[in-house]
Design a protein around this ligand. Structure first.
Ligand code: R5P
Length: 284
């Protein structure tokens, strides 16, 4: 049975459709003191339970742990946890003295309630090693080409930093044509300011597709879009696996001159046009 987290209901429904497994109904409530309680009224007796929850915030983390416990309580034979978006994955080391390795702390907690974990494009694949149970990650980058127009002019697929270059390469391969390149990015961790150093690629008159794993505040992408607009790119498309789009990220992208923004449904947003559920279903 597929068991959805409150923030991941569309993804869970898509996964149920893909796999043919039943979609469980979950009740989500909060007590007056703010504590969560979830309820899975239909017993999962002797069946595999697939708990599907993007840990989009700390509340979602708590609900995920509760769902894992609830399905064990009602007799699930085994528990698979699908994290379409794994929160805290970007905190994959202690960046300053005294800080935790937060992704490890979260992974350990999640491991206690499951037999297996599947996630989609974690910020660094190495975070999978923090889980104490077998963990695999699915690459959804190839799907990012799906909503792009078929008539891209001399396309350039670009990542905003070198570390993410595999994403535009995979998206370009799926699209079928185009060059790839990357910008250099420096982030000031105290102010959050981003400085983008463009590559030498000539973008004037070309369609450019910026590809990244996540758009969070939108600073990385909007700075990159601004550089491309200044250099007379023909059209600028922005696509990512995880469209977190916190706060005013979409406004920043629009103001910078983006033509369209696309993301997958690992996070349920207005731009989540691409479903990563078939790729996860294949891994299940
Ligand atoms: C960083 O290495 C990631 O790949 C993203 O570029 C980054 O997390 C995006 O964050 P923001 O949207 O806040 O600039």
């Amino acid at each position: 049975m597929i068991i959805p987290g409150a923030d991941t209901q569309a993804f869970a429904a898509a996964l149920a459709e893909e796999t043919g497994e039943r979609l469980g109904r979950v009740e989500y409530e909060r007590f007056a003191d703010g504590e969560h309680v979830v309820r899975v009224p239909e017993a999962v007796e002797g069946e595999r339970a697939v708990v599907v929850a993007s840990t989009v915030d700390s509340d979602a983390h708590v609900q995920l742990l509760q769902l894992q416990d609830a399905v064990r309580e009602t007799g699930a034979s085994d528990v698979v946890t699908v994290l379409p978006y794994m929160g805290y994955a970007r905190q994959d080391e202690a960046f300053k003295p005294g800080e935790p390795v937060s992704s490890r702390a979260m992974a350990r907690a999640i491991s206690t309630g499951t037999d297996r974990v599947i996630t989609v494009n974690p910020h660094e694949p190495s975070v999978c090693d923090f889980f104490d149970v077998p963990t695999t990650h699915v690459d959804a980058a190839g799907l990012l080409a799906d909503p792009l127009p078929e008539d891209l002019e001399d396309p350039l697929f670009l990542s905003p930093d070198e570390g993410a270059i595999d994403l535009p390469i995979t998206a370009r391969d799926a699209y079928g044509e185009g060059e790839t390149d990357f910008f250099e990015k420096e982030r000031d961790y105290d102010s959050g300011d981003i400085e983008i150093t463009p590559s030498d690629a000539d973008v004037a008159g070309r369609d450019v597709v910026l590809v990244d794993d996540i758009i969070a505040t939108g600073s990385t992408m909007s700075e990159s879009v601004a550089v491309l607009a200044e250099r007379d790119a023909r059209r600028i498309f922005v696509t990512c696996v995880h469209p977190m789009l916190a706060s005013n990220a979409l406004t920043k992208l629009s103001a910078a001159g983006v033509d369209a923004v696309y993301g997958t449904d690992t996070l349920e947003r207005a731009v989540s046009e691409i479903s990563a559920a078939p790729a996860v279903a294949a891994e299940l």
